[in-house]
Design a protein around this ligand. Structure first.
Ligand code: SOE
Length: 374
């Protein structure tokens, strides 16, 4: 069986997912066969060029012509186009893989999760939180599930970038509340919240995030519009921080910024339990730092052994993996779920759960008080 895939979006994420699909037959021969069937976008000439480069058979300028014609629909467009095409695809019984954050607002995320629930369990609806598929993160999850860190007390997550530190950096949809929903909070904080839910969200670890106290800040209010002699207002946050409390009482602190000078894509997670600690940084994604067995300092584990998650598909031990491999792994899992008609995680329900935390952080900032999640 070959799955005909339709993909909306042909820029950064379109490139990353098309690359992943192209790698599957070579490195994951048990993955379902995939035909990169149709690439969807608005600018026809840019679309044609991308389709040629990414290996798609055809292009379309209207997603409505595509969602019920393909076996799988990927929604990799900007946040404000996540809801309508994804819901239409699910209503047509077409499985959907949608980029994060699930939606610009909590309300639209709820509508998307409802559409996924109505489509049924054999129509997977996945939210593309790719960092769950870093081998070192999956290794960390195994340790946590085995109870190696004991009772979870502290959880820290920060995601630092610096591409807006220059006040002359151009305005884009990512700076607009209508188009993006939020700024660093949704774009980067969504990844952190999802990773923490993945790692410690089980009831016998820390559980879900229960209440939050958030702080958002915009440092530069207007930015130049590319190709125009004008500026546009920035209506989203440039940075956020939050204190959170988990169901089991564990304390968390979260942070993300687009103004962290010198940090390009630095996502760091730290967890302290009664028996040990762990630390992960995306800048050293093949490594996991661990304190166990009463050690007084961190030991560094290189997560590239044959029996480490996903590594047997790639290279011999020590031959490190990179950022793009996370997309191959998530595409493998998602497309396998589609072929088998089984559930996939992270699902739209996971996307919605992350969105609830983000919305509470925003509400807390507005109201100046802790918010308890419902
Ligand atoms: C933003 O700069 C961005 O591209 C995010 O949108 C991605 O989700 C993240 O993985 C890298 O940074």
């Amino acid at each position: 069986m070959t799955l005909d895939v339709g993909v909306l979006g042909y820029r950064f994420m379109g490139n990353a997912h098309a690359n992943a699909m192209a790698r599957l037959p070579m490195f994951f021969p048990d993955a379902p066969a995939v035909n990169r069937s149709v690439l969807v976008g608005r600018d026809e000439s840019a679309l044609e060029e991308a389709a040629d480069r990414f290996g798609f058979d055809s292009v379309a300028t209207d997603w409505a012509d595509v969602v019920d014609e393909v076996d799988v629909f990927y929604n990799l467009g900007p946040n404000h186009v996540h809801a309508e095409p994804s819901i239409a695809a699910l209503e047509a019984g077409t499985p959907v893989f949608c980029e994060k954050p699930l939606a610009p607002t909590l309300e639209t995320a709820e509508e998307m999760a409802d559409a996924a629930a109505n489509a049924g369990e054999d129509v997977p609806a996945g939210c593309a939180f790719n960092y769950r598929f870093v081998p070192a993160i999956q290794y960390a999850k195994r340790l946590l599930e085995a109870g190696d860190l004991g009772e979870i007390r502290h959880v820290r997550g920060r995601y630092l970038q610096d591409w807006l530190v220059d006040p002359e950096a151009p305005w884009s949809w990512r700076n607009d509340a209508e188009l993006a929903g939020s700024g660093a909070l949704g774009d980067l904080g969504a990844h952190t919240v999802d990773l923490l839910r993945f790692l410690v969200g089980d009831d016998d670890l820390a559980g879900e995030i229960d209440r939050v106290s958030g702080h958002l800040r915009t440092f530069v209010d207007d930015r130049p519009v590319p190709g125009e002699d004008d500026t546009r207002p920035v209506t989203v946050d440039d940075a956020y921080s939050a204190q959170v409390e988990f169901e089991n009482g564990a304390m968390g602190s979260l942070e993300a910024s687009r103004f962290a000078t010198g940090h390009k894509n630095d996502h760091t997670i730290e967890i302290h339990g009664s028996e040990g600690s762990l630390r992960f940084s995306l800048e050293r994604l093949n490594e996991l730092e661990l304190i166990r067995d009463g050690n007084r300092g961190y030991e560094t584990i290189l997560v590239t052994d044959a029996d480490d998650p996903y590594i047997d598909h790639w290279w011999p031990p020590g031959h490190v993996l990179g950022w793009e491999h996370t997309f191959v792994h998530e595409n493998y899992e998602f497309l396998s779920a589609v072929a088998e008609g089984t559930e996939f995680e992270p699902s739209f329900a996971d996307g919605l759960a992350a969105q609830r935390v983000l919305a509470a952080i925003e509400e807390s900032d507005e109201r100046g008080e802790w918010i308890t999640l419902e």
